[in-house]
Write a protein that binds this ligand. Structure first.
Ligand SMILES: [Zn+2]
Length: 357
């Protein structure tokens, strides 16, 4: 059965508040999860929106701190934190403007913010409050606060303070328990011991107990050996069963229905369809994908260059004649659209692996 009609009761465009978790609940009940795509430009953003439109499925679009800065180019002259703030704001407003035209549901999110990056989130919340008072909607659907490197009490006490602020704005919070390995966007966890990469059920229970009395709208990135990036086969050992153990522990301890928690799968790139499917069965509703979509985008350019190589060495003159112009080949719209189409098709593969289509 097609899953595309399951989400029709929820308004298209940027999704906020309880609607976010309605989307997640429907996804979970139907054993599928949404891709969360890191974007760093209007081009990568358009590729993500196109994928959601083709799949007729909700999408999560997220900005990392570095990706947000990149959105306004390298030479704005702004200090890096201000560039990340400006880029995230303009990127979010861009999504608000176009998501309805694409006729898709977008959950608009920011990726990892450790303690050093909290001023970035503070600034986005300040802008979000302004946006909320003007439009009655939050600027972002959700933010991620990743204090997984810190002791869990400190992690959750800070996350609790943020969840209170997000609740007022009709937003959701993603937290992280246990660390994601590898390196992404300046956050380098490649030195970590393997045991740090596996979350304990007791920690998940503590997070549930602390957060649910503030707001039910939170998701948990629990680590089951996840690593950012793509590595040689055999170097990453995913153990999704950790998620099931956590679900069971929390359900039993607090007398909740089975599979009550909403989990996030970080480092989705390079993961096998089997691991993804197993993780979905244990309550994963969001899978982050960045490295594989970066590669797909590049492959689009590379293939374009291979295919039209004879037309890309000079402005005039190609295999069809020495006076023939090459403008229609080197116009950025053509090769950038090839990059976008390649990224879109990689995301359609993700939608399949996430059991959406
Ligand atoms: Zn991550």
């Amino acid at each position: 059965m097609s899953k595309t009609n399951l989400f029709n009761a929820i308004d298209k465009g940027v999704v906020t508040g309880s609607d976010i978790h309605r989307l997640y609940a429907i996804a979970k009940a139907n054993q599928c999860a949404f891709p969360a795509v890191n974007v760093s430009s209007s081009s990568t953003l358009n590729a993500a929106l196109s994928a959601a439109k083709s799949a007729k499925m909700p999408i999560i679009i997220q900005f990392s701190n570095g990706g947000a800065a990149s959105f306004i180019g390298k030479n704005s002259g702004l200090p890096s934190i201000d560039a990340s703030i400006a880029g995230a704001i303009v990127g979010a407003k861009y999504v608000h403007q176009v998501a309805k035209s694409y006729d898709v549901h977008v959950i608009l999110h920011t990726d990892h913010a450790n303690r050093k990056l909290l001023p970035w989130i503070d600034a986005l919340l300040a802008e979000g409050e302004k946006f909320f008072s003007q439009t009655g909607q939050p600027l972002f659907s959700s933010h991620m606060i990743d204090l997984s490197e810190e002791p869990i009490e400190k992690n959750l006490s800070t996350c609790s303070e943020y969840l209170k602020r997000l609740k007022v704005l009709d937003m959701s919070l993603e937290i992280e328990l246990g660390c994601t390995g590898g390196e992404e966007d300046g956050v380098d966890n490649s030195h970590l011991d393997n045991s740090a990469l596996y979350t304990q059920p007791e920690d998940v229970a503590f997070a549930y107990e602390t957060l649910h009395c503030i707001s039910p709208y939170f998701t948990i990135a629990a680590s089951f050996g996840n690593v950012h990036g793509v590595y040689q086969p055999g170097n990453v050992h995913l153990t999704p069963i950790i998620l099931l153990q956590s679900q069971n522990f929390v359900s039993e301890k607090y007398q909740l229905k089975a599979n009550s928690l909403d989990f996030v799968f970080h480092g989705g790139s390079g993961s096998s369809a089997e691991d993804i499917s197993e993780a979905i069965s244990y309550g994963v509703i969001k899978m982050n994908i960045d490295t594989d979509t970066q590669w797909a985008y590049w492959q689009g350019v590379s293939r374009f260059n291979d295919k039209f190589n004879g037309y890309l060495h000079s402005q005039v003159g190609n295999p069809d004649g020495k006076d023939k112009p090459n403008k229609k080949y080197y116009d950025p719209r053509n090769w950038i659209h090839a990059a976008e189409a390649s990224m879109t098709s990689r995301l359609l593969q993700a939608y399949q692996e996430l059991q959406c289509i």
